[in-house]
Structure formats: structure tokens, C-alpha cells
Design a protein around this ligand. Structure first.
Ligand code: SAM
Ligand code: TMP
Ligand code: ZN
Length: 408
């Protein structure tokens, strides 16, 4: 298999730096006893030697990932609910203040952000290809177009609804390999004084924490301020603000505007400068990242085998998309992790992708509590550990593997 590929956002070449092996679609939960055949691809990640964009070497078809049965429901976390309510309120008071303002959200999911906008009576449109979650949003009174956003869809929205004052995308832009079509669509749809705001996992945090499980089919791009700034200029857009966020294990919120329409905040140059000093796509950094991922894998597997041999019960917590990378890369199965507890009804009663670990409702977690809980949803650690205080009080222990393997 060639270890270079064509960069998706510039004419440069992407050099592979890590291979996670054969992986399933991270959100493709399997029905037990079902006859469906699982799809696998090779999860390899690289960095472009020209524009520095970190990206997957192989793209999974979008219809395989985002469809009627896409199981990720955004509103499962109370922390994320308040995060998006805060974002919506910010837009309402700072950007959506003109006459008949209009906001478009890409990847609106179950309406976690647009609900606040709809309740305020502001004109909006969610663009969401996954039918199940789109219906959940519609049931909340939110206007949703069940489609993949891309340039042709942007032009259609422009014709029907006019220009958008705000275009927003959380944990969605990084999911889209054809991101050039998104940027050209945004450049057409965005009003002259408007902003395109998106937030996604931050490559600097992934390197710093060895959060190797942020790498899976849906996370096609792993952005930095440097790579985003380089790419967007081609579309007449400019990076005018950046903000580091604690959500999902470390993210950056990028604000773009039409070039020359807003004065860039000093935070942009500061973050780009800081990234330069970190050598984020230097061969040595990328080699060390791979070594750290291999070390975490070896230590996690050794710990889980030891606990099994001692007769301890270990249950996974949170059947995250990230956990597909962990379970398949580490070769975990229900012999080492009895089941995974997850609050999402769509995921309960299924088997995890590839590894086929049963997924059960949270009631099973407490019936009775296991000795150890392997926290796959480590990005929600604070919320989950507070909610599961009784588990800890009963003598249970959490296993973490990001940034390193430890029991707390
Ligand atoms: N914005 C929500 C959040 O942050 O919780 C949902 C994030 S979810 C990880 C990614 C969403 O992007 C999915 O609901 C998926 O269906 C949607 N998506 C994927 N490709 C898209 C596209 N081309 N246009 C709009 N949404 C897309
Ligand atoms: P995420 O890390 O991609 O947001 O996925 C979190 C997963 O963890 C999702 O399937 C819901 C699940 N979850 C729980 O089971 N309990 C919880 O308290 C939280 C916050 C999430
Ligand atoms: Zn490139």
C-alpha cells in the first residue's frame, strides 16, 4: 500500500505516519444475529508536506457513515447542551442582531444548538444528512434540510433563503473529506459581513495528550490554526479568530469571514506562532506520537489481561466512535471488556463495531457494579464521574488510557 496520497486541500502530498490497521466504520453498531456484512477499511493517517493538514489516507463513503440510522445523538451530554446553548445565545446577541437575520448550521444533529435559535424566533436552517437525528430536531420545531451540505446545496439555500449571517458547524467540518466544496459553498452563501464558525478536535491537543482515539473514519481532518489559515485563503476567506475549547478532549473554534471584512484578532497570529514552536507535523513529532499510541495500547492490553486473570469484572463506559479505534487497534473483545454501558437508545442492544462487545443500557452498569470501568467517553469524564459517584463509593475504579494508562 503506498504510504503517500494526494492532499485533499492542496496540490501537495500526504505522507503516512501511523497505521491503525483494519477498522470498521466507527458508528456502525451491529445488530446481534443480524446478517449484515461489516465494512472494513484501513485507518492510516498522514500529514501534507505542503499545507501541513493532518488527514486520513483513505476516505470512507459518506453514505456509509451518515444515514438514516446514524446513532450519535448530540444531546446525550448535559455539558454539551449548555455549551451549545451558550453558543446560540452568543450568536443571538452578537451576530444575529440585524433585520431578519438568518443562520445555517451544518451537522445540526438533534437540534442541540438550533433549539435556542428556533425558540428565539430567528430564521434558521439545519443541514443534516442523517435522517434519524434530523427527525428528532424537526420534532423540536427546528427547520432542517435532510441533505449533505456541499456547494450545490449552498447555492440552493442561497436561492431559497438568501444569504446567511452566520454559518456554524460543530464536530462536522472535520468529518468532511470534500471540504473544498464546503468552503466554496460557504463563500457563496455567507453574507458580506457574516461569519463562518466551526469547532473541531485540535491536532495540538491530540499530540500533547496522545489521544490517538480521536483518529477514526469520521475525523477525516485534524485541524490546526496553521492548516486552516493556509487552506481557507484559496476561497477568499480569512481566519479572523480562534478560541481553544475544553470540549471533546480539546478543540479549537475557528471564525472565518470574507477576506478584508473583519480585523483578525491577535489570538490568530499568537496561536499560529505557538504551533510553529511545537513542530506539530515534524517527522520526529509524528514518530513520537505513533510510539506513544503503541505504548498506550501495550499497557492497556496488559492491564486488562491481568485484571481478567485475577477474575475482575471490567465494563466499558460510553460506546463512543473513539472507542472503535481503541477496541479494534488494541484487539479488545468481550473476554476483556464484558460490555459497554451507553445512554443512547440507538446503541443499546447492539454489538460494538468490529470488536463485537455488547452495548447495554446504563441500568446494566449498576446491576451489580463491575470492579473497573474503562472510560471510553473520557472527554465527558467530569460529567460522568460526577453522575457515577455511587460506583466509586462502592469501591469501583476508573481505567483511563488518555494521556496514559492509569487506574483512578
Ligand atoms: N453538531 C453536533 C455536535 O457537535 O454534537 C453533531 C456532530 S456529529 C459528530 C457530526 C454530524 O455531521 C452528524 O450528525 C452528521 O450526519 C453530520 N454531517 C456529516 N456530513 C455532513 C455534511 N456534508 N453536511 C452537513 N452535515 C453533515
Ligand atoms: P462522544 O464522546 O462522541 O460525545 O460520545 C459519548 C458517548 O457516551 C455517547 O454514545 C453517549 C455516551 N454517554 C453515556 O453513556 N453516558 C453519559 O453520561 C455521557 C455524557 C455520554
Ligand atoms: Zn496539503
Amino acid at each position: 500500500m503506498p504510504n503517500t496520497s494526494q492532499c485533499r486541500v492542496c496540490p501537495g502530498q500526504v505522507g503516512e505516519f501511523f497505521d491503525f490497521g483494519r477498522q470498521p466504520v466507527a458508528d456502525a453498531f451491529v445488530s446481534p444475529g443480524g446478517a449484515q456484512e461489516e465494512f472494513f477499511y484501513r485507518l492510516r493517517v498522514g500529514a501534507c508536506s505542503s499545507c501541513t493538514m493532518v488527514q486520513l489516507m483513505e476516505e470512507v463513503d459518506r453514505q456509509r457513515m451518515f444515514h438514516e440510522g446514524y446513532p450519535y445523538v448530540s444531546s446525550g451530554s448535559s455539558v454539551m447542551r449548555s455549551h451549545f446553548e451558550g453558543m446560540a445565545k452568543h450568536f443571538l446577541t452578537s451576530e444575529l442582531t440585524g433585520k431578519d437575520p438568518f443562520i445555517v448550521e451544518l451537522g445540526s444533529n438533534d437540534g442541540i444548538m438550533l433549539k435556542t435559535i428556533a425558540d428565539a424566533g430567528v430564521r434558521h436552517l439545519g443541514v443534516e444528512p442523517s435522517g434519524g437525528v434530523a427527525e428528532m430536531a424537526k420534532a423540536k420545531g427546528i427547520r432542517v434540510r435532510n441533505d449533505f451540505f456541499e456547494e450545490s446545496v449552498a447555492l440552493d439555500i442561497l436561492e431559497n433563503d438568501g444569504q446567511a449571517d452566520v454559518i456554524y458547524a460543530a464536530n462536522t467540518l472535520s468529518h468532511i473529506a470534500y471540504v473544498d466544496s464546503i468552503f466554496s459553498g460557504v463563500a457563496r452563501l455567507l453574507a458580506p459581513g457574516g461569519v463562518f464558525v466551526f469547532e473541531d478536535p485540535y491536532w495540538a491537543d491530540i499530540v500533547e495528550r496522545t489521544s490517538f482515539d480521536q483518529i477514526y473514519d469520521e475525523h477525516f481532518f485534524l485541524f490546526t490554526a496553521t492548516s486552516v489559515q493556509t487552506v481557507v485563503t484559496r476561497f477568499g476567506l480569512e481566519l479572523v479568530d480562534v478560541e481553544r475549547l475544553p470540549t471533546h478532549g480539546g478543540e479549537v473554534r475557528y471564525t472565518l469571514a470574507h477576506r478584508g471584512t473583519r480585523t483578525p484578532s491577535p489570538a490568530v497570529a499568537e496561536l499560529v506562532e505557538w504551533e510553529r514552536g511545537l513542530w506539530l507535523t515534524d517527522p520526529e513529532t509524528l514518530r513520537a506520537f505513533g510510539e506513544n499510541a503503541d505504548r498506550n495500547k501495550a499497557e492497556l492490553v496488559a492491564l486488562l489481561r491481568r485484571l481478567r486473570d485475577e477474575g475482575k469484572r471490567v465494563v466499558g463506559y460510553g460506546a463512543t466512535a473513539k472507542s472503535a479505534t481503541v477496541t479494534n487497534f488494541c484487539g479488545l473483545d468481550s473476554d476483556l471488556v464484558e460490555f459497554i454501558s451507553d445512554s443512547t437508545p440507538f446503541k443499546q442492544g447492539t454489538l460494538s463495531p468490529g470488536a463485537h462487545i455488547p452495548v447495554r443500557a446504563p441500568e446494566a452498569f449498576a446491576d451489580p457494579y463491575p470492579d473497573y470501568a474503562l472510560l471510553f467517553a473520557w472527554n465527558h469524564a467530569e460529567e460522568i464521574m460526577a453522575k457515577e459517584k455511587a460506583f466509586r463509593d462502592a469501591g469501583g475504579r476508573w481505567i483511563l488510557y488518555i494521556p496514559d494508562v492509569r487506574v483512578v
